[in-house]
Structure formats: structure tokens, C-alpha cells
Design a protein around this ligand. Structure first.
Ligand code: IMP
Ligand code: MG
Length: 180
């Protein structure tokens, strides 16, 4: 693994694809055990989670559904500014066990928005699983049910995660090179 340059910034190797695979496998097993008597629907939050979900569901051995949503912001009519809405959700989630799959949870702002939307859909259970988690930055009172790996407050790219649109295709994870 070498240093990569994306736009104006340099990124150094952080987590190899082999290690990511192990983390994903472990996470899938954990969810599998917890939801042994359920037939969950996994909902991936695009774009960042596409690679993670493809690997995660291949490790998940029980019956399940898979769907994707995107959180889009649009200008609200009120002066309060941006309103978020989910696009792409076709399934009726009523009575279902829903697992939100996130690539990374940072401040938790995104997750909070998503969680509130799903809470209003009369689901049976609502769980959250994330591949990466930054505990030092997270400041919401939400419970994250499944965490792949907690990482320091560093900006990372690769395995679906981007820096201004680039880096999603990298099989390994890189972290921002800081000058200090
Ligand atoms: P949050 O709302 O602050 O929790 O941020 C969530 C979203 O920000 C993630 O779903 C990512 O799309 C993006 N994000 C947060 N941290 C990183 C990072 O280290 N690298 C790339 N994207 C990130
Ligand atoms: Mg994301």
C-alpha cells in the first residue's frame, strides 16, 4: 500500500482490505446471532456504504432483504433552511425488522436524521450497524447496536468512502496525512 493523492491531499495506508474483510465478517456474524429469529431488511445508506453492504450481505447466511436509500437535502419552504428526505425507499417497512447499514458514523447528524424517518414507519425493530465509528466525535444519544471498528478522529477514504468524490474505488482504507 502506497500513499495516494486525491485532489490536493495525501492519504497514507490505514487498514488493509484483508483486515476489513475480517471486520465485516465478524459484524455479519454478530448481527446474524442477534437476529437469528428474524428476517431483517438491510438498508444501506448510499453512496459510501455500497462496498461494505455488498461484502456484508455475502457474509450474512440467513434470509434477508437488501435495499438502498440516499439522504437528500432540499430547500424547505421555511427559513429554517435544509430539510432532509430519504430517496429510493420502495418497500413497506411496517412490521419489519430494519437494520440501517452505515459506512461510517462521525458526528451522528446523518444517522439522527435517518433514524427519525424510520421511526415513523411502524417498524417492528430498528437496529443500527456501522462499519466505522468515531467515538470521540459522536455526540448523539442514539445507541449504535453494532460497530465494526472504532477509529480515532481521522478523515479516512477507500472502500466506498470518498474525499470530494474520489477514493471510493480503493480496496484498502487510507487516512489523511497531516503535516503535524
Ligand atoms: P456524520 O453525519 O457526521 O455522522 O457523518 C456521516 C457521513 O459523513 C458519513 O456517512 C460519510 O459519508 C461522511 N464521513 C464522515 N467521516 C468521514 C471520513 O472519515 N471519510 C469519509 N467520509 C466521512
Ligand atoms: Mg455516508
Amino acid at each position: 500500500m502506497n500513499t495516494v493523492k486525491l485532489h490536493d491531499k495525501y492519504f497514507i495506508p490505514f487498514i488493509e482490505s484483508k483486515q476489513i474483510a475480517n471486520i465485516v465478517k465478524k459484524l455479519a456474524k454478530q448481527v446474524e446471532e442477534e437476529l437469528a429469529n428474524e428476517q431483517p431488511i438491510f438498508i444501506g445508506i448510499l453512496n459510501g456504504s455500497f462496498m461494505f453492504i455488498a461484502d456484508f450481505v455475502r457474509q450474512y447466511k440467513n434470509n434477508c432483504q437488501v435495499s438502498f436509500v440516499k439522504l437528500a437535502s432540499y430547500q424547505g419552504t421555511k427559513s429554517t433552511g435544509k430539510i432532509k428526505k430519504l430517496v429510493g425507499l420502495q418497500e413497506d417497512l411496517k412490521g419489519k425488522t430494519v437494520v440501517i447499514l452505515e459506512d461510517i458514523i462521525d458526528t451522528g447528524n446523518t444517522l439522527k436524521e435517518i433514524y427519525q424517518i424510520f421511526e415513523n414507519k411502524q417498524v417492528k425493530k430498528l437496529k443500527i450497524a456501522t462499519l466505522f465509528f468515531k467515538p470521540d466525535v459522536f455526540k448523539k444519544d442514539l445507541n449504535i447496536d453494532f460497530v465494526g471498528l472504532s477509529i480515532p478522529n481521522k478523515f479516512i477514504v477507500g472502500y466506498g468512502l470518498d474525499y470530494n468524490g474520489l477514493g471510493r474505488n480503493l480496496p484498502d482504507i487510507y487516512q489523511l496525512k497531516t503535516t503535524s
